[in-house]
Design a binder for this molecule. Structure first.
Ligand code: F6P
Length: 540
């Protein structure tokens, strides 16, 4: 399939789906009545993950048409191109190879074993990845063992990761999600926002002698990260009476630009690298995962990679109709492009996954929030949805009102673990019971009692349910890789570049112009000029 000439709307499957969307909406309860196998047939397992997608507004005809759309799109060729390291990030002429970072078990992915048709790994690239992983293991083991000493000879007790976007969200989410495995004597802190109140209030509680800062930035040019790093340097210098604190053992840089980290003054032995074919929002698997390995240990970090690899193998080798990321992506396309839903909610019933929606916002919205197709023409259909969410049961007491009785169609992913070693059976039963009740109630609805129309629940509201056996590092890795591939499949169908993020540049440039008092660009709009004048008068 030639991506330049491909347009999803011109495929026979898209046209069929448009017609199917004109029919009366699928009545899910009636479908379950008529089809005893629906729950089983609309479920997919992959290792310790189960996806039940039977509570969706599809029947078998719609499902077949969605699969046909995937087949008529460039998806399969595009997937091979990604795993093969081709330059599929066309606007930046880069490969997209986060999957190469988690190729930890060759027996799963080698063609010689006959178990996978996945392209073989470039040996030089594999050697570089292994070298970077060894370095991450060496450093994280040393810190965890208490052998990495600060400038006054004390072991590290607090690790501060300074980074933003992909250099923050993945590590922060993983450390929280995998708290079960956290080192008991090491506290992890994450600073992203350039809001000084964040860094200053965190540093206030730390002991500089036992604090280590990781400056995490793919480019090592990001304004927020460099300003926060500069504030941390000043703090160390004043607390420890040090000169050039950033050259001390209190600072490690993690970056794809060794040159920029060196120019910043970080000691060359304390720079961990990763390749520029690792996208920022896909970087938790790379050296950017250093804070994860420090918190949960390098072996658990390795398990996280192994879980992601098993999802990679599933995604690459499983037929489309039983392929978990493909199923989730196609359902998203059905709601987004044919039933005109504008948003998608992710609701984990696990408090330790409370950063997952924020993480997925970057993954999904930075990847697929695009208007230009790969051929440089504006798309004539909706692309990535607005993703949002929060944990249950908390969300039930906040926005679930809108899900049950509001006017918008919001497809939902419910996520839970069957077991939780950090909880107890009483709590976990109630938690899971609530999740199942919500999915069922949203679908079933309820007629209003006579004279009480406000108690009408329309029902027929769609959801996926994803259940992991436990929140292990392996299952967590598989879960994140599942969403990465879902986003990839949707980008392939919409024929957009899911791997650049030019949309964030304009605002960055304007911020710099405002901060530099630079009047050389287009003249400032009068609203912004008035706000600037107001601030100038009021800042004391
Ligand atoms: O501005 C967006 C972005 O480029 C993200 O894609 C990225 O994760 C983040 O900024 C941070 O970039 P860096 O890791 O280079 O500091």
């Amino acid at each position: 399939m030639d991506q330049i000439n491909y347009c999803p709307r011109k495929t026979a499957a898209w046209q069929q789906l448009e017609q199917l969307a004109q029919r009366r909406p699928v009545d899910m309860l009636a479908q379950f009545e008529a089809d005893r196998n629906r729950a089983a047939d609309f479920s997919i397992s992959c290792d310790e993950l189960l996806l039940d997608f039977s509570k969706n507004l599809i029947d078998r005809e719609i499902w077949r048409a969605l699969l046909a759309l995937a087949e008529q799109s460039p998806l399969v060729a595009h997937r091979r191109a990604m795993f093969n390291g081709e330059l599929i990030n066309t606007s930046e002429q880069r490969a997209v190879l986060h999957t190469a970072l988690r190729r930890v078990d060759e027996s799963l992915s080698s063609t010689s074993s006959g178990s996978s048709d996945r392209p073989t790994e470039d040996p030089q690239r594999a050697a570089e990845v292994q070298q970077q992983r060894r370095e991450l293991t060496r450093i994280s083991d040393k810190i965890r063992a208490g052998d990495w000493l600060g400038s006054t000879g004390k072991s590290i007790t607090d690790v501060v990761n300074i980074g933003i976007g992909g250099s923050d969200l993945g590590p922060k989410m993983a450390c929280q999600a995998l708290a079960e495995y956290a080192h008991p004597n090491l506290k992890m802190h994450f600073i992203a926002n350039v809001d000084g109140a964040e860094i200053l209030s965190i540093l206030r509680h730390l002991d500089a002698e036992t604090t280590l800062v990781i400056v995490a930035s793919k480019t090592f040019t990001t304004q927020e990260t460099l300003l926060n790093a500069a504030t941390a340097i000043t703090w160390f210098e004043s607390k420890l009476n040090l000169r050039n604190a950033h050259t001390s053992q209190h600072f490690i840089a993690v970056t794809a630009s060794r040159k920029n980290a060196l120019a910043y003054g970080i000691d060359r032995r304390q720079i961990l690298e990763f390749a520029d074919w690792v996208g920022g929002r896909y970087s938790l698997w790379s050296s950017i995962g250093l804070s994860i390995a420090i918190s949960i240990g390098s072996q658990n970090f390795h398990q996280m990679l192994a879980g992601a690899q098993s999802m990679d193998e599933h995604f690459f080798n499983t037929p489309l109709r039983t392929n978990m990321p493909v199923a989730m992506a196609l359902l998203g396309v059905w709601y987004n492009n044919f039933l005109r839903a504008q948003s998608h909610a992710v609701i984990p019933y696990c408090e330790r996954l409370n950063l997952l929606p924020a993480y997925l916002q970057q993954l999904d919205m930075e990847s697929n929030g695009k208007t230009m197709a790969l051929n440089g023409q504006p798309v004539e259909y909706a692309t990535g949805p607005i993703l949002w969410g929060q944990t249950g049961t908390n969300g039930q007491h906040a926005f679930f009102q809108l899900l049950h009785q509001g006017t918008h169609c919001v497809p939902i992913d419910f996520i839970a673990t069957a077991n939780d070693a950090l909880s107890n059976i009483t709590h976990h039963r109630v938690l899971l019971g609530n999740m199942l009740a919500q999915g069922s109630a949203l679908m079933a609805g309820q007629a209003a009692p006579e004279g009480q129309p406000h108690r009408h629940y329309r029902g027929n509201k769609p959801s996926n349910t994803l259940i992991m056996d436990r929140l292990t590092a392996k299952n967590f890795g598989a879960l994140i890789a599942l969403y990465e591939h879902k986003v990839f499949v949707q980008g392939s169908i919409w024929n957009i570049n899911s791997f650049d993020q030019w949309g964030v540049e304009l605002g960055k440039n304007m911020a710099n112009q405002i901060l530099d008092n630079d009047n050389s660009g287009p003249s400032m709009d009068t609203s912004t000029a008035a706000l600037l004048a107001h601030l100038a008068k009021n800042i004391c």
